[in-house]
Design a binder for this molecule. Sequence first.
Ligand SMILES: [Zn+2]
Length: 83
Amino acid sequence: MRIFCPHCGERGLEEFTYAQDAERARPTDGGATPTKEWEGYVYLRDNLKGPRREYWYHGGGCHAWLVVERDVSTHEILSVTVP
Ligand SMILES: [Zn+2]
């Protein structure tokens, strides 16, 4: 798999690190007290198929955080943007 970095151009996957799903909403209570909402945010994943937006870090290049829209079933990269 190759990812097109808006700063560096097309690069190999080994230069990037997956961080997390970019579509999940962080709970709004600030994390002051443990809640079921925080438990779900931290530990539970839906593992959905199809196009997903994900945070990736270009550690082997420009050190930028990127939002990669990727079909997780086929690994096709649909878009790459700078958040
Ligand atoms: Zn880059």
